[in-house]
Design a protein around this ligand. Structure first.
Ligand SMILES: *[C@@H]1O[C@H](CO)[C@@H](O)[C@H](O)[C@H]1NC(C)=O
Ligand SMILES: *[C@@H]1O[C@H](CO)[C@@H](O)[C@H](O)[C@H]1NC(C)=O
Ligand SMILES: *[C@@H]1O[C@H](CO)[C@@H](O)[C@H](O)[C@H]1NC(C)=O
Ligand SMILES: [Zn+2]
Length: 318
């Protein structure tokens, strides 16, 4: 195991300079492991995303709502929206943090970004009972004790990512307009634009924030570091069909002067097996009861009984 880790580190530092892609003839998430060994599904067991299978979940009544500090305020300065060729990323500066809800520490909010499908396909990363939602928003938070992202990626609980499934209705989401109205300025890879800060709370579901699913996993993009405490909220965020279409039709994975412009579609990674990991429902979240008992093996049963905060370290060594 130690040797495997050492060898992986060597490969990872080599792979960092390479690029990756989603939906092209010779290149998709199944081949990321060639350049980014941590992404290889056979080598590691804590991959993300997963299917949130509500028949095979335990409930932890102690998991209450997270504390979202500064999310209801308008931060000073300016934020930056960027097309990095893989997503649209909003860098939100300082001033916001998440804690509580079973998280082992306080995490500073760094950025948020999106995963989507195509004109006729859904593109959330996590699925719920096998259902894929049209889109997913990730709010990335870094454990406050870490000075930089590479230090956080070396910590099994270095990041706390909040995942919000996005569903579609007929009415525009006015809060989402802060981002969707700026998308035309970042149509091409490498383009960025300033965004006036707005209260992030507006992007989140208005109710039921105590209902979420929790598990320990990885980045869903290379280098696929197994460093993420995932919180995926049960109740989706709603945006309009036309707001969704702005992502699926106006964003390109190619640079402005590229000979062939390629729309950025299906920028989600495939789901991975939970592989014996505990997937826990918060005290208020919905689980499906009355079906057959979950298949608890020895190690799995033990993990399910342990407090969530210790799971990272334990599953990491398995
Ligand atoms: C895609 O999303 C739509 C809208 O939420 C939903 O009705 C549909 O069932 C989803 N499709 C799949 C294959 O999950
Ligand atoms: C990140 O922080 C670690 C720990 O303090 C330090 O050793 C490393 O040099 C830093 N890396 C970068 C890229 O700044
Ligand atoms: C959200 O919470 C309310 C009560 O606060 C409840 O009636 C409703 O069913 C919840 N929604 C979902 C999707 O669970
Ligand atoms: Zn993401």
């Amino acid at each position: 195991m130690i040797w495997a880790a050492a060898i992986l580190l060597v490969f990872v530092s080599r792979g960092d300079s390479e690029d990756y892609c989603y939906d092209e003839p010779q290149c998709d998430p199944y081949s990321w492991g060639d350049s980014f060994p941590l992404c290889h599904p056979l080598l590691e067991l804590r991959h993300s995303p997963i299917d949130l299978d509500r028949r095979h979940m335990s409930r932890d009544p102690s998991l209450g709502p997270l504390h979202l500090e500064g999310f209801d305020q308008t931060q000073t300065g300016h934020w930056t929206l960027e097309n990095d060729g893989h997503s649209v990323v909003l860098q939100v500066g300082s001033g916001m943090a998440v804690s509580g809800g079973g998280l082992p520490d306080t995490y500073h909010t760094v950025q948020l970004h999106f995963h989507w499908g195509g004109p006729a396909t859904n593109g959330s990363e996590h699925t719920v009972d096998g259902r894929r939602y049209p889109m997913e928003m990730h709010i990335v938070n870094m454990k406050s004790i870490h000075p930089n992202m590479s230090a956080a990626l070396d910590d099994p609980t270095g990041l706390a990512v909040l995942g919000f499934l996005v569903d579609v209705v007929y009415a525009d989401n006015v809060h989402f307009g802060h981002i969707s109205q700026k998308l035309s300025s970042v149509a091409h890879k490498g383009q960025r634009t300033k965004v006036k800060p707005f209260p992030l709370l507006g992007l989140l579901p208005t109710r039921n924030m105590s209902q979420y699913y929790r598990y320990h996993g990885s980045l869903t993009t290379p280098p696929c570091s197994q460093a993420v405490v995932w919180t995926v909220y049960q109740v989706p965020v709603y945006i309009s069909w036309s707001q969704l279409a702005q992502f699926t039709s106006q964003i390109f994975s190619t640079e402005e002067d590229a000979e062939q412009v390629t729309p950025l579609h299906n920028n989600f990674r495939h789901v991975h097996p939970a592989s014996g990991r505990a997937v826990t429902a918060s005290g208020d979240a919905g689980v499906l009861l009355g079906t057959a008992a979950p298949p608890l093996g020895g190690a799995t049963a033990l993990l399910r009984l342990l407090p969530t905060a210790t799971l990272g370290a334990i599953t990491f060594r398995l």
